[in-house]
Design a protein around this ligand. Structure first.
Ligand code: NAP
Length: 341
């Protein structure tokens, strides 16, 4: 990998998926310096094409040889594929930026949200992990408050869009909504634990022995790693809602020092990547529809807990952009800015 070359060889593994497609758009929109793009996926879509900067790019099968000479390889496919192939990128001198959960808690792999811990990319050894799509907005909003008042604990309920389960999730919602509309029997759930159309599913993925789901445990452990607060009490319920794009969360937070509502609002407004949308006098609060296609995390409903000193807030973020693709591209930009790639 040559740091003197202005443009980089970039590969996207999972270029045909929900995150991969948005990643291509984000690379275009942010004018990431790409001299060559390699679009990779499985044998299912090999031979099809994706568009990048106005040109069609043939999709090839993701194999180690596809990483020869690659500077950055974005992984937006499956965890098992990242486990197998990300080390192949590192071995060839490139940097793998992984969207799966595979490497996130590995102590040798930085888990990065550039607005919080961009400097962590200095520790990379060829693999950098991108947090879960619910962790990124939660960590950013908690960090905004920590900077002004410290942090003691958080209680979180998420309302997650179906695109968090990729294209199969979007297709399942659409198929069930059509069936409901036309009065046909609903197709059986497959991407989700129960019917998702006209419903709320309080289980995002597999249960663990402690009664929490894998998604919930990711939120806990990833938040602690990013904030470097290994004991931070975070407890959570993750739910799936019939929203195509845009994850939301309701958060009850306890800060170390007293924090007035106005000061909390100011802290959110001042934090890079967060936009405050909070005006009770006009019934103004953010909704997931407001964040679609945007990179900012929108925050509102900031108010005091009626029974104590804690604060409530509500946040929404586009799970495919800041929750996935944009954060991954920002990590690559951080690497370039620091002269590491
Ligand atoms: N969706 C989100 O909001 C979100 C947010 C954060 C992180 N993530 C993570 O990002 C990754 C991608 O998620 P997604 O939502 O984009 O899923 P998706 O829409 O189902 O797309 C999956 C992509 O992976 C490719 N793929 C699957 N198996 C493969 C294999 N064996 N070899 C090569 N390519 C393979 C697929 O290619 P084919 O076309 O060939 O099948 C497709 O391009 C996952 O790790 C997910 O956990 C997703």
């Amino acid at each position: 990998m040559s740091s003197s070359s202005p443009d980089r060889v970039v590969a996207v593994v999972g270029a045909t998926g929900a995150v991969g497609e948005v990643l291509l758009r984000v690379l275009e929109q942010r004018s990431f310096p790409v001299s060559e793009l390699r679009a990779l996926a499985s044998e299912r879509s090999a031979g099809s094409s994706v568009r990048f900067r106005g040109e069609e790019h043939r999709v090839e099968v993701a194999r180690p040889e596809a990483f020869d000479g690659a500077d950055f390889v974005f992984f937006a496919a499956t965890g098992s594929l990242s486990k197998e192939l990300a080390p192949e990128v590192a071995r060839r001198g490139g940097i793998a930026i992984d969207k799966s959960s595979t490497w996130r808690l590995d102590p040798n792999v930085p888990l990065v949200v550039p607005e919080i811990n961009g400097a962590a990319v200095e520790k990379q050894r060829g693999i950098i992990a991108c947090p879960n799509c619910t962790t990124i907005p939660l960590a950013m909003t908690l960090e905004a408050l920590r900077r002004v008042a410290g942090l003691r604990s958080a209680v979180v309920t998420t309302l997650q869009a179906v695109s968090g389960a990729g294209l199969p999730g979007l297709e399942e919602l659409a198929a069930q909504q059509s069936a409901l509309h036309e009065g046909r029997p609903l197709p059986a759930p497959s991407a989700f634990a129960a019917q998702i159309a006209a419903n709320v599913v309080p289980v995002c993925d597999a249960f663990g022995d402690n009664g929490y789901t894998a998604e919930e445990m990711k939120l806990l452990h990833e938040t602690r790693k990013i904030l470097e607060m290994p004991q931070l009490p975070v407890t959570m319920t993750c739910t799936r809602v019939p929203v195509p794009v845009g994850h939301s969360a309701s958060v009850l937070v306890e800060t170390e020092r007293p924090l007035e509502v106005a000061a909390a609002r100011a802290a959110f407004a001042a934090f890079e990547g967060i936009e405050l949308v909070d005006d009770p006098s006009r019934d103004l609060a953010p909704t997931p529809a407001d964040v679609v296609g945007r990179d900012e995390i929108l925050v509102g409903r900031v108010r005091r807990d009626l029974s104590g000193d804690r604060l409530w807030y509500w946040e929404c973020g586009d799970n495919l952009r800041k929750g996935a693709a944009t954060n991954a591209v920002q990590i690559a930009e951080e690497v370039l800015r620091r002269g590491l790639g």
